[in-house]
Design a protein around this ligand. Structure first.
Ligand code: C2E
Ligand code: MG
Ligand code: MG
Length: 440
C-alpha cells in the first residue's frame, strides 16, 4: 500500500515544488465545480505567471530559477486556505483554485494576499530576487462552466494583467473574450494575407535639414484587408509578433524594401538608404544576420544602403546576444538605428558599447514640445547624448513649423514627420524624393 501511495504521489505532484500537478488540479477543480453547482457557491480560478522569470533563469541559471520556484510555491500555499488548491502547471505558471467563494470580492482579497506574500525579496544562492506575479482570475459559473474553459479564461485574463504593467491581477470579462476572438480571426487572415499579396509598403522620407534634401526613406508596412480596407501596422503587428507570423512577414518587408530601393535606383532616383523596422522577435531570431545577408544579395543592394530600426526594449532583452548581432550587422556595413528612443529603458552603459549609428527621438517628446517644457529638455539631452557618443539623432513625428523651430533650437538637424511628408505609396515617388514642403 505504501508503494502504491508513493506511485500515486509521484504521478500527481510536481517533482520540483511538491504541488499538485495538472492532472490532480483537473480532478480537484472538477470536484469543486460539482460541489459548487450543488450548493450554489462560486469557485475562483486564478492563473498566475511570474514576471520576467525567464530572464532570471537565463541570466542566473536554472538552479537559481528552480530554487526561486520552490520559494514561490511555499509562499503561495501559505497565502490561501487549506481547502484551496495551489498547483504548478510547469515553468513559472501556477493555478490556484478557490473553493466556495461568495464572489469576485473574495478573489480580490486572495489576489492581494498573494501579491503581498510574493512582494518580499527571496534570497537564493547569494542573490536577492523578487518574483512579482501577474494574475488572471475567472469565476465559476459566471465566466465558464467547465474546468478547461475556466483555465483558459483565467489564462486570457493573466495576459491582460501582464499588459497592464505586471505585478497585478485582472478579471476575465466578456470583452476579453471578444478580443480573443478578434485576435484569432486576425491571426487566420494574416496568415493568408502574405500569400494573397495583401501586404504593401508605404515610404516616408527622412529629411536632412542642412542639406535641404531627403536623406533616406522609411518603409512602413500596410495591410490592404479585403473586408475592412487599409489597416495600419499598430492593428496587426502585435498579433503577428505574438503568433510568430512576424518572421515571414518581416522577411517579406525587408526583401520588398530592398527590391523597391533597387527599382528606384534603376529608374535613376538618388541613391539613398532604406530603413526597415525589425520587431523584437525578428531581432532575436538566430538566423537574422544570414537572412539580411541573403536578402541584400538577392536584391543586389550594398549593405550600406540598409538601415535597420530596432527598439530599445529589443536591444536590452538579452544584451550579450544583441551586442553580437549588432557587431555582425555593423561589420557587414548595415547601419543600425534605435527607434522610438527615450521611452524604453536603455542602459547608457550598454548604449556606449552597441555599434549603433543613429537615435530616433520618439515622437511622444516631439508632440508636446512648446506645451511641456520637460519634453524640450529631454530632446536637448538626447541630442547632446548623441553628440557625445558620436551618434546621429533624428526627430520623429514633426507636424508643425513650431515644432521644427524648437527642434532646430535644441540642435536637431534631421527630421521625419507629416510636416514634410506623410508615408506615401510607391507611385508617389516624385513627392517622396522631393517633398513639396522641402522647397518652401
Ligand atoms: P515607427 O517605426 O516609429 O514609424 C513611425 C510611425 O509614425 C509611422 O506610423 C508613421 O506613419 C508615423 N508618423 C510619421 N510622421 C508622423 C507625424 O508627423 N505625426 C504622427 N502622429 N505620426 C507620424 P505607422 O506607419 O502607423 O507605423 C507605426 C509603427 O508600426 C512603426 O513605428 C513601427 O514600429 C511599426 N511598423 C511599421 N512597419 C513595420 C514593419 O514592417 N515591421 C515592423 N516590425 N514594425 C513595423
Ligand atoms: Mg521606425
Ligand atoms: Mg519610431
Amino acid at each position: 500500500m505504501q508503494a502504491e501511495r508513493r506511485i500515486w504521489q509521484v504521478a500527481h505532484h510536481d517533482s520540483l515544488t511538491g504541488l499538485p500537478n495538472r492532472a490532480l488540479l483537473h480532478d480537484r477543480l472538477e470536484q469543486a465545480l460539482a460541489q459548487a453547482s450543488r450548493d450554489g457557491h462560486r469557485v475562483g480560478v486564478m492563473f498566475l505567471d511570474l514576471d520576467r522569470f525567464k530572464s532570471i533563469n537565463d541570466t542566473l541559471g536554472h538552479a537559481v530559477g528552480d530554487e526561486l520556484l520552490r520559494h514561490v510555491a511555499a509562499r503561495l500555499a501559505g497565502a490561501v486556505r487549506a481547502v484551496d488548491t495551489v498547483s504548478r502547471l510547469g515553468g513559472d505558471e501556477f493555478i490556484v483554485v478557490l473553493r466556495e467563494i461568495g464572489g469576485a470580492d473574495d478573489a480580490v482579497l486572495v489576489a492581494e494576499k498573494v501579491i503581498a506574500a510574493l512582494a518580499a525579496p527571496v534570497h537564493v544562492l547569494g542573490h536577492e530576487l523578487r518574483a512579482t506575479p501577474s494574475i488572471g482570475i475567472c469565476i465559476y459559473p459566471d465566466d465558464g462552466s467547465g474546468a478547461l474553459q475556466l483555465m483558459k479564461n483565467a489564462d486570457t485574463a493573466m495576459y491582460h494583467a501582464k499588459a497592464q504593467g505586471r505585478n497585478t491581477f485582472r478579471f476575465f470579462t466578456q470583452h476579453m473574450n471578444e478580443e480573443a476572438t478578434r485576435f484569432f480571426n486576425l491571426e487566420q487572415q494574416l496568415g493568408r494575407a502574405l500569400a494573397n499579396g495583401e501586404l504593401l509598403l508605404h515610404f516616408q522620407p527622412l529629411i536632412d535639414y542642412d542639406a535641404a534634401a531627403v536623406c533616406g526613406q522609411e518603409a512602413l508596412v500596410r495591410w490592404q484587408h479585403p473586408e475592412t480596407g487599409m489597416m495600419p501596422p499598430a492593428d496587426f503587428i502585435p498579433v503577428a509578433e505574438e503568433t510568430g507570423l512576424i518572421l515571414p512577414l518581416g522577411e517579406w518587408v525587408l526583401g520588398e524594401a530592398l527590391r523597391q530601393n533597387r527599382r528606384w535606383q534603376d529608374a535613376g532616383r538618388p541613391l539613398l538608404p532604406i530603413s526597415v523596422n525589425l520587431s523584437p522577435r525578428q531581432f532575436r531570431q538566430k538566423s537574422l544576420v544570414d537572412t539580411v545577408r541573403l536578402l541584400l544579395a538577392e536584391a543586389k543592394q550594398p549593405a550600406r544602403l540598409l538601415e535597420l530600426e530596432i527598439t530599445e526594449s529589443s536591444l536590452m532583452q538579452d544584451v550579450d546576444e544583441a551586442l553580437e548581432k549588432l557587431r555582425e550587422l555593423s561589420a557587414m556595413g548595415v547601419r543600425l538605428v534605435i527607434d522610438d528612443f527615450g521611452i524604453g529603458y536603455s542602459s547608457l552603459n550598454h548604449l556606449k558599447r552597441f555599434p549603433v549609428h543613429k537615435l530616433k527621438i520618439d515622437q511622444s517628446f516631439v508632440r508636446d514640445l512648446g506645451i511641456d517644457w520637460d519634453d524640450g529638455a529631454i530632446v536637448a539631452a538626447i541630442v547632446g547624448l548623441g553628440r557625445a557618443l558620436n551618434l546621429e539623432t533624428l526627430a520623429e513625428g514633426v507636424e508643425t513649423p513650431e515644432q521644427l523651430d524648437l527642434l532646430l533650437n535644441y540642435g536637431c538637424r534631421k527630421f521625419q514627420g507629416y510636416y514634410f511628408s506623410k508615408p506615401l505609396a510607391v507611385d508617389r515617388a516624385d513627392d517622396l524624393f522631393a517633398p513639396p514642403m522641402l522647397s518652401t
